[in-house]
Ligand binder design. Structure first.
Ligand code: SF4
Length: 187
């Protein structure tokens, strides 16, 4: 636990961290980031990559709901991601990507596939929280497929149980970079 929120990674292996011998709890942290500077950076990056706002579909594939609450916090007056150009939509056909919470329960496996297939290409898939990233405390069983990458390719993994809103915003920004690499804009 610490102040750092730039935790998301494009590869699950990159989520492993080294613990410093002189700071085993990881309590030593730098100054907190300037929220206004971060907001401007995120907003300009979204418009640079997409030329418009970023629309995401949230899919709860089997979470305990804590990750979903942190996602909901992105829309409250504190984080207000709509001012950055990020919004959540009801239909995957209106979305640029999907954010998945929870390990994928067997009953929702088909729904996860259909939701992602309904999103036009290029699309991004973001796994939010430890359960979505690896199966978490639920793991893999007769009732759970495990992490999201067990059923479809994942672009960005956001660790945490649950991840804090800043970490989710950082992960979305990281996923935008992946979208940019697939379809670079000209000019
Ligand atoms: S990662 Fe933690 S908070 Fe998120 S769904 Fe799993 S158990 Fe719940």
């Amino acid at each position: 636990m610490g102040r750092d929120f730039e935790l998301a990674a494009r590869c699950r292996a990159d989520l492993r961290i080294e613990v410093a011998a002189d700071d085993p709890a990881g309590l030593v942290a730098g100054p907190p980031p300037d929220p206004n500077a971060e907001a401007i950076r995120v907003s300009s990056e979204i418009h640079r990559v997409l030329g418009r706002s970023l629309h995401l579909r949230h899919l709860d594939a089997g979470s305990c709901n804590a990750c979903d609450w942190e996602l909901s916090a992105l829309l409250n007056p504190m984080y207000d991601v709509r001012r950055l150009g990020i919004d959540f939509v009801a239909s995957p056909r209106h979305a640029d990507g999907v954010v998945v919470t929870g390990s994928v329960t067997r009953n929702l496996e088909t729904a996860v596939h259909r939701t992602v297939e309904a999103i036009p290409e290029p699309r991004i898939v973001i796994a939010v929280g430890a359960c979505a990233a690896s199966g978490g405390i639920v793991g893999e069983s007769y009732a759970s497929a495990g992490g999201v990458d067990r059923v479809l390719p994942v672009d960005v993994y956001i660790p945490g149980c649950p991840p804090r809103p800043e970490a989710i915003i950082f992960g979305i920004l990281l996923a935008l970079g992946r979208l940019d690499a697939r379809h670079p804009r000209v000019g």
